[in-house]
Write a protein that binds this ligand. Structure first.
Ligand code: MEV
Length: 408
């Protein structure tokens, strides 16, 4: 499948924008900085904005459709790694979505409960009432087909009982919707049953918003083709044995996921909290992906909670977020969920491929050198020369960069 973003990394910034425009995936009207007054309304004590570069990892083939993924990240090698992996995976048939669920979880936590069974029995008889209250608290979401779906109650011991509500927030991440529904139900309970409520809040451990994606890669066209699939599978097995490695393995996955979440205006902290709490749901911290060999092919799978949104929050305000959505061209939160999971798996593949072959530094050195050159004051004109000088000298330091700049 050919796309017009071929050799995207070789293009100038202007050419990249123009290639995206040719695909109707770019809008100059979104490529501007919002004014101070708007930012001042967005947060308390606003003083200025904080810039992070945004790029595009092109050509992700996911279930037969091509996506060009906007990513906001300060880490030099992340977009390069994702793009390289996407290219390899595309040649191997692309990403396949295995499953996807999308419901949010809210908690009403009761404390000082003397007779847990009585409270649980009471709550369980109130399903219809709570559904009516949820509807009144947020009619719009229910009219659109979302809202409170169901709940279950658990005795958590030490006088705590928890009601876990299952809520459909449609295409929004829906924090406000969930909290509004929970608080309305809590207020009703307090008036109608003698109990104490400690708090009502959504849960970021979103086991009902899981997405699983698979890739199958023929190692014959990879470096170290006779061993690479086994090495990547071993890297995966090792990560499942050692949380010190699993944390780094998952950090690599989140390099991609978080960059996409930031670009699309999602709450990066909730996505990270979900990923890492899900990684330890068995009681020990595990990798979110697994790689194994079958019929001499390398198979990679990821299962990750992604309670993200495509509407709501500040998404309708921030121009660069609108630009990201234009580039992505997804029509629902579910679609963004499988794009994000695919990106995470690609990023993970890129890291493991590099780590088990050349090591991480080789590929990173040129990008790292560019950062150092920039910091040393290299200009657009002498940037490449400064980088080459540092690489030749095998010394990627500020001193070496400055030595070259001062000499020329
Ligand atoms: C660096 O940002 C991410 C890696 O450490 C991930 C990994 O080790 O799998 C390269």
């Amino acid at each position: 499948m050919e796309t017009k973003l071929k050799s995207f990394y070789k293009k100038t910034v202007k050419e990249r924008k123009s290639a995206l425009k040719d695909l109707n995936l770019y809008d100059d009207n979104f490529d501007y900085k919002l004014d101070d007054d708007s930012f001042n309304h967005l947060i308390e004590n606003y003083i200025t904005t904080y810039e992070v570069p945004m790029g595009v990892a092109p050509d992700f083939l996911i279930d037969g459709k091509i996506y060009h993924i906007p990513m906001a990240t300060e880490e030099p090698s992340v977009i390069a790694g994702a793009s390289h992996a996407a290219k390899i995976i595309k040649r191997n048939g692309g990403f396949k979505v295995l499953s996807l669920s999308r419901l949010m979880i809210g908690q009403i936590i009761f404390k000082d409960v003397k007779k847990a069974k009585d409270l649980i029995d009471y709550l369980e008889t109130q399903k219809d009432t709570f559904k009516k209250i949820a509807y009144q608290a947020h009619p719009q979401i229910h009219k659109l087909g979302g809202g409170l779906i169901d709940f279950r109650v658990e005795d958590k011991s030490q006088g705590f009982v928890c009601l876990y509500a299952s809520i459909n927030t449609l295409d929004a991440m829906g924090a406000n919707t969930i909290n509004t529904i929970l608080e309305a139900i809590s207020n009703y309970i307090i008036v109608n049953y003698p109990t104490k409520i400690l708090m009502s809040i959504l849960s970021n451990l979103n086991v009902n918003s899981l997405v699983s994606v698979r890739v199958t890669i023929d190692p014959r066209n990879l470096k170290s083709s006779s061993t690479i699939h086994h090495d990547i599978a071993d890297a995966s097995t090792y990560a499942s044995l050692d949380p010190y490695r699993a944390a780094t393995h998952n950090k690599g996955i989140m390099n991609g996921v978080t960059a996409l979440m930031l670009a699309t205006g999602n709450d990066t902290r909730s996505i990270e909290a979900a990923a890492h709490s899900y990684a330890s749901i068995t009681g020990s911290y595990k990798p979110l992906s697994k790689w194994y060999v079958e019929d001499n092919l390398l198979i990679g799978e990821i299962t990750i909670p992604l309670a993200l949104g495509t509407v709501g929050g500040s998404m309708g305000i921030l121009p660069k977020v609108k630009l990201s959505h234009k580039i992505l061209n997804v029509s629902s939160a579910k679609e963004l969920m499988f794009v994000a999971a695919s990106l995470g798996l690609a990023q993970n593949f890129a890291a493991l491929y590099a780590l088990t072959t050349d090591g991480i530094n080789k590929g990173h050195m040129r990008l790292h050198a560019r950062n150092i050159a920039l910091e040393a004051g290299a200009s657009n004109e002498n940037m490449n020369d400064v980088v080459e000088y540092m690489l030749n000298e095998k010394s990627i330091t500020l001193e070496t960069a400055k030595k070259y700049i001062n000499k020329s």
